[in-house]
Design a protein around this ligand. Structure first.
Ligand code: SF4
Length: 759
């Protein structure tokens, strides 16, 4: 059994007293979100009433999950922490690197070949450090977490934005960057701004064509893609209890589309049933024993306006199926209005492909209900008009629906079953089309539908709906079809109507699987060698960064003075560079290539003065950085407001560090990026007077003074030596506490941990 019963027992044992302490400290009833957060405070954040949306708090999550694309750099970094084992239960899931092309077996075989070095690395490092490894084909991270690891009242982080899926089992599960995973696996506290709490009260009961997916499609329409930012969404009410556990998972999964930190539901009977069906009766029994602590206090739900920052109410009895899109998941259309929207907006009416499954919607219930429509297509002699694919979320689900016949139902209607992996959801889709640039429509039961996400074609209009609606639309092949009201012509020329989908929540014969794809780590990994081919261009073992010295901070050169917005995408672009995420030197060739140079308004063209003090040589930013580094000259980066916003990817801090940048000096930082710079042992500084940004000239030599005396709340001084012989000085501030200054002194946070473990 891969789950950690002892850890869960320990959490539940401490839970009643910790909830009571938190309730006393806050002096009021608690939402479920608060119960989970306050019972997971790290000792570095003492129990006190933290202000929502204001205070930064350290937490101690119970577990970590990583997918194969993000795990590479996270684990390369973790290896430098000098630990024998991960500090909390952790898992790696090989799901993102499998391309969908022919079908499950062929695609998996190809992925095993193409990605062999990455898989070998991930499996060996997992084996060595006590990390559970889910091999390619085992399934998608979030489905596997729900089936095996999620538990009510727990807190986890995962290096993927749809980690909130585990909220379906009552967790606070948050998607993070690799650097956060390293913190938690290395035993460091994990920091988060205390979130706001949005309450969604669900009343009534769904019926007919409506499914759990429609709840989140509706919520996305209400809150928009930004409405959940900085908040945890907590669902409650009798309607919430009427939903299956996996339905709740779907809702929480897609909470990422409204920008929410995560979403969660209180523990209820549906969760208990799911735990028992997935062979975790012990967890269900334990949860039953503390169930009043695994949901919000009754008073919070009776008077939600008093305890939540925002309250939304949805009556499930009145909820229509929705179709959201194209290009954004918050463009929500009730099915009754969709045909009109298609016509008014000239969306291509012909539906080319319907795709069901993914981490969002491949529960037994989802596939069983969708299969009921597939059977109808065959029975009613309907010729299926669109291509149709099915992506099971895990081998356990695939095996079970194969045994129970749903897969055959899909195949009979012309469906192709893809590997248990992300595939088309993340653009890993070699789509069969005669014209890859044509304007066309597809519909999926996935979560995201941004331009180009599925097939790389900006002309593809991708819509998101429930698996039931996707299946019905694929049968019709026409976006203006409304399965609730419209008929279709069958092969005999008769008008037939699809009956509402039917299906069960859980398999009557239980789940089954022959090889779930889990490889437990070695009990003692000390003798295991981590496999990295020294000639690989995708993976490279890291070398610890050397600490910065005061000497290096004299006579530095400007690498780039970035103008305007400089997000982590500008600093470390994604797209084709994803391939190099495990190879710091190779991915550093994208460093700052998207940032605008203040002095010429261009991207990836900066002045370099290594060869001549008088005449600038214009180079790409990475080339310029490498040239300075080779000449032993340190560099500085200047920027404007909210520098480093966007994704939390640690590459945006590691690449400049690797290329010899010592300090980043900006008007203001996005908090996560600022912390990432600190962790990598760099100087993250802000202008005391933002106008000093204007003083920096591209041919300056730059000193940072006061480094050796660096202390919390003590400013440093920047001295600019202009080419005309004049100098200017200004103060720069920082937010390093003493522990973070120690990271800089050690070269990085991981170096510091290694030193501490060795002493
Ligand atoms: Fe992300 Fe899609 Fe994979 Fe889910 S199936 S983890 S949303 S890429």
């Amino acid at each position: 059994m891969p789950f950690d019963l002892d850890m869960i027992k320990a959490v539940y044992k401490a839970l009643p007293a910790r909830v009571e302490e938190a309730r006393k400290t806050l002096g009021r009833p608690l939402t479920l979100t608060e119960k989970i957060l306050y019972t997971h405070l790290h000792p570095e954040s003492p129990l006190q009433n933290y202000s929502r949306a204001k205070d930064y708090v350290f937490f101690a999550p119970d577990r970590v999950a990583m997918q194969d694309a993000t795990a590479q750099m996270a684990l390369l970094q973790f290896m430098m922490a000098g630990r024998d084992n991960v500090a909390v239960p952790s898992t790696v899931h090989c799901d993102h690197l499998i391309q969908a092309e022919e079908g499950a077996a062929q695609d998996l075989a190809k992925a095993n070949d193409v990605n062999k070095e990455v898989y070998d690395f991930l499996s060996s490092v997992s084996n060595k450090y006590g990390i559970g490894f889910w091999k390619p084909g085992a399934g998608i991270i979030h489905q596997i977490v729900l089936e095996n690891y999620a538990f009510p009242g727990g807190m986890m982080i995962g290096t993927d934005s749809h980690t909130p899926n585990a909220g379906g089992l009552g967790m606070v599960a948050i998607g993070v960057g690799g650097a956060d995973a390293v913190d938690v696996m290395a035993g460091m506290p994990w920091e988060l701004k205390m979130p706001k709490v949005i309450g969604v009260k669900l009343t009534g009961k769904m019926s007919g064509w409506t499914s759990a997916k429609d709840v989140i499609l509706k919520v996305a329409g209400i809150l928009t893609v930004k409405g959940g930012t900085g908040a945890i969404v907590e669902y409650f009410g009798d309607g919430a209890e009427s939903l299956s556990c996996t339905g709740k998972g779907t809702i929480c999964n897609m909470g990422a589309e409204i920008g929410a930190t995560t979403s969660t539901f209180g523990y209820d009977e549906a969760m208990g049933r799911y735990l028992r069906a997935t062979e975790r009766a012990e967890v269900a029994d334990l949860a039953d024993g503390v169930k009043e602590h695994l949901t919000g206090d009754a008073e919070c739900y009776a008077n939600p306006e008093k305890y939540f920052d925002q309250v939304i109410e949805i009556n499930l009895s009145e909820l229509e199926p929705h179709i959201n899109g194209p290009y954004t998941p918050d463009l929500a259309w009730p099915i009754s209005k969709f045909a009109q929207a298609v016509k008014e907006n000239n969306y291509p009416q012909k539906l080319e492909v319907g795709l069901i499954g993914s981490c969002t919607n491949s529960s037994y219930e989802d596939l069983d209900r969708a299969a009921s429509l597939a059977r109808q297509a065959v029975d009613k002699k309907l010729k299926v008009k669109s291509e149709f694919t099915v992506t099971p979320g895990s081998e356990q689900i695939r095996f079970t629906v194969d045994r129970d016949g749903q897969l055959q139902d899909f195949e009979k209607m012309g469906g192709v079953v893809l590997a248990n992996a992300c595939g088309p959801c993340i653009g890993q889709w070699a789509r069969h089309t005669d014209d890859p640039n044509r304007a066309n429509s597809i519909i999926t039961s996935f979560n995201r539908n941004f331009s180009k996400r599925n097939d790389g074609n900006p002309q593809t209009r991708s819509f998101v709906a429930s698996p039931e609606i996707v299946t019905a639309m694929a049968i019709a092949g026409d976006l203006t079809f409304n399965p609730l009201t419209d008929t279709l012509k069958n092969e005999n020329g008769e008008d037939v109507k699809l009956d509402p989908p039917t299906g069960v929540e859980l398999p009557a014969k239980g789940f089954a699987v022959e090889d779930a794809g889990f490889i437990p780590p070695a009990a003692d990994g000390s003798g295991i060698e981590v496999k990295v081919d020294p000639n690989s261009d995708r993976l490279e073992l890291l070398t610890p960064f050397k600490p910065i010295t005061q000497e290096q901070l004299k006579g530095m050169r400007l690498l780039i003075k970035a103008k305007g917005k400089c997000t982590t995408d500008h600093i470390s672009m994604a797209g084709p560079w994803l391939k190099y995420r495990g190879h710091l030197d190779n991915i550093s060739n994208n460093c700052f290539i998207g940032a605008i140079n203040f002095f010429n308004g261009e991207m990836n063209k900066v002045a370099n003065y290594v060869d001549s003090e008088d005449e600038a040589e214009y180079l790409g930013v990475p080339d310029s950085a490498r040239k300075y580094k080779a000449a032993g000259i340190s560099t500085v980066v200047f920027g404007e407001e909210n520098y480093g916003e966007g994704s939390s990817r640690e590459h945006a801090a590691m690449e400049p560090r690797h290329l010899g940048v010592r300090a980043v000096i900006v008007k203001s930082f996005a908090r996560i990026h600022e912390t990432n710079l600190k962790k990598q042992g760099m100087l993250a500084l802000t202008f005391v007077n933002p106008d000093d940004y204007e003083k920096v000239r591209q041919d300056d030599k730059i000193d940072i003074l006061g480094f050796n005396e660096m202390a919390p709340d003590k400013n440093l001084t920047v001295k600019l030596h202009h080419k005309d012989g004049s100098t200017e000085e200004f103060e720069v501030a920082h937010t390093y506490n003493q522990a973070q200054i120690d990271w800089v002194s050690a070269g990085s946070a991981l170096n510091k941990i290694r030193e501490e473990l060795a002493s």
